[in-house]
Write a protein that binds this ligand. Sequence first.
Ligand code: PMP
Length: 426
Amino acid sequence: MPDLPLEELLTLDRRHVWHPYGPMPGRQEPLVVESASGVRLRLADGGGELVDGMSSWWSAIHGYNHPVLNGAVRTQMERMSHVMFGGLTHEPAVRLAKLLVDMSPEGLEHVFLADSGSVAVEVALKMCVQYWRSLGRPGKQRLLTWRGGYHGDTWHPMSVCDPEGGMHELWRGVLPRQLFAEAPPAAYEEAYADHLRAMVERHADELAAVVVEPVVQGAGGMRFHSPAYLRVLREVCDAQDVLLVFDEIATGFGRTGALFAADHAAVTPDVMCVGKALTGGYLTMAAALCTPRVAEGISRGEVPVLAHGPTFMGNPLAAAVSCASLGLLRDQDWASRVGRIEKGLRKGLAEAAALPGVRDVRVLGAIGVVQLDHPVDMAAATRAAVREGVWLRPFRDLVYTMPPYVTEDADVARIARAVCAAAREG
Ligand code: PMP
């Protein structure tokens, strides 16, 4: 039970607390979660339970209050909760780096442990720009991405988010000006591949890197595209001497049905960002992995260090729980779990296609999306899902779900019913 009575807690929340993408404190009505276990969130004051259809934004893949993850944090806490990472190292961080290198696409060997996804993207972009400076080519400092992307809320990641109609439109004219290809079509089209090639070729002299979300564009619109575009990007980046960054913060660790979305295309980027599910949703940690080419290039420069070092870099609690989460992923046959969720979502969301106002229904791995032909009424859609006993967070024209991998078939069916209800009423 929370120590504060519910009304008081909500009053204080309204008065003082800013929520993600929230308006001023005081203009929102969040639900109060008292505890969470398995795939269920328990609401305060006898508010009942909700099946979590969001995995706390892609992260809680093993569900909440997991005994193995709890144990990993507890054991590590008894040894050391945190210690600075400058000049010191420790086993959880080293073990985590080795695990990440072993499971990542072949060729990624060096790991920067960041403290959030946005920071991992910042670091990845710094790596790329610094690489070319170190090689005496400071003119290569711009970034190319495709429209419809999302890479985080800090400055440089915002500059490679969709510039129009996206979350960061407000900042147009202030952010660094990057280069944007059209958004990738769902299926492979040679004309679009040519467009990508032409963009990279035309701007190669000023490009440090191409940065994209592979296969799934998440918060920018929940769009899926052919993995073949990743091979096109790899080829043209190699030919034109441009680095390639994959942001796998949402897609990493099995969500799309492959361990990494890059695996759908058997492509290794020069830099790869991971986060979210890394810690099983327990603590905040992310990482940027790079190849020896990038790391060695940076160390040949006039300033031979990667100038980034957050206070909580390599946090031992987060590293220990990440190791445990990756162990669970390996031992608990994530592929068949994700496959079952995919099947359940395909079946359960099929009826949404016939609903009035629905433009598209798409499922990939443990991701299900219903796109409307109008902006969703967030409050009405959320209420409809809650009435079905499910937590969803619809936004823009989207009602979507990415459940924890441990979600049983009956709960997947329930989530799908809730998505349909939210699409109907939103
Ligand atoms: N990249 C992608 C693809 C993401 O989905 C997100 C988070 N939504 C981020 C980066 C930023 O991660 P964080 O919220 O941990 O800063």
